[in-house]
Design a binder for this molecule. Structure first.
Ligand code: TRP
Length: 326
């Protein structure tokens, strides 16, 4: 029996290179060795925006297209929608009884998010509790592993605490999962900040070569390399970091020529944009086919949701037995 992985993302529409490097590639690498369930966390969207719910369906489809285009095989790894497996809500309710408000208020990831959204005083009950919903997402599938970025680790810790507490009170019911940090640290945007749609510094997986070129040309490089012949410091250059990912073969030469002043930033950027476009070409090709066949994408979700629901129902039967409730 393969070990299980539950991985999830909020449906935020088209994905960018940060998603690819920080999460998706990792999911694809793990899909043969493990049994993967891929969750579209649409209820999680409501924590930060409960008004524009009409957008969620379209965002889901765009995101799932990128998942498949990047190499997720939905035959092997079900892709499913959280809100269509109602067991998530039931288990969330139960877990919310086992979790103290003080514990949730200590969560640094939620605190930071609330602060950056200016919600410190007015955070909703559901927003504060979203790591509990996430715990339900994970434990419903008895996952061994959860691939996450560093920022999500506090949620995994809470999830483990909830599993242990439930097991202690009602008898062993849940596997205690582990977080698996993604191999590649975050990819910088052109401005050196983390790539994020809200910062407007992204390169989308679906961006055509001319758009990629446009964004890459705006990238901040070594501020001391003003003229072409000035010696550069690649380690502090965002374009150099991109080369390491998308153009590893030329990295030693680029490093040498940047440092010596033989390579100017403009040429270096053009080269980088070209290599990114080459890297993304197979994803574009798959994407184009999927966009023309949206019925297939809908079928993937219907099928994945069915398979996920079967697993979720099994777990809930165990929960009912253990608790003697429900
Ligand atoms: N909270 C995650 C995010 O904001 C998304 C998510 C929801 C998730 N449920 C999950 C991630 C379960 C991993 C496992 O990105």
């Amino acid at each position: 029996m393969k070990k299980r992985i539950l991985s999830g993302m909020r449906p935020t529409g088209k994905l960018h290179l940060g998603h690819l490097v920080g999460a998706l590639e990792n999911w694809v690498d793990l899909q043969d060795e493990y049994q993967n369930f891929h969750l579209v966390a649409d209820w999680h969207v409501l924590t930060t925006d409960f008004e524009h719910t009409g957008l969620i369906d379209g965002m889901t489809i765009e995101m799932v297209i990128d998942w498949i285009a990047a190499g997720i095989d939905p035959e092997i790894s079900p892709i499913f929608i959280q809100s269509e497996v109602k067991e998530h809500a039931e288990l969330f309710l139960i877990f919310s009884m086992l979790t103290t408000v003080a514990r949730l208020e200590r969560n640094p990831a939620v605190k930071e998010q609330a602060k950056s959204l200016g919600l410190e005083e007015s955070i909703s009950y559901g927003h504060l509790g979203y790591p509990v919903l996430q715990a339900a997402d994970i434990l419903l599938y008895q996952a061994h592993l959860v691939p996450v970025g560093e920022d999500q680790m506090p949620h995994i810790e809470l999830c483990r605490e909830i599993a242990r507490k439930f097991n202690r009170i009602y008898g062993k019911t849940f596997r205690v999962p582990e977080g698996k940090l993604t191999r590649f640290p975050r990819l910088p945007g052109p401005d050196g900040k983390r790539m994020s749609k809200s910062l407007g510094n992204v390169i989308l997986l679906s961006d055509p070569p001319d758009q990629i070129r446009k964004v890459v040309m705006t990238a901040v490089t070594d501020p001391e390399k003003i003229r072409r012949n000035d010696p550069g410091h690649p380690e502090i250059c965002n374009v150099y970091h991109w080369h390491r990912k998308f153009n590893p073969g030329e990295v030693p030469q680029i490093e040498e020529d940047c440092k010596s002043g033989a390579l100017g930033c403009v040429d270096c950027k053009k080269n980088c944009a070209d290599k990114m476009a080459v890297f993304l070409a197979p994803i574009h090709e798959k994407r184009a086919a999927l966009v023309k066949n949206l019925d297939y994408v809908r079928d993937v979700l219907t099928d994945g949701t069915k398979r996920a629901r079967t697993e979720a129902q099994k777990t809930m039967e165990e929960v009912h037995k253990s608790m003697r409730v429900g």
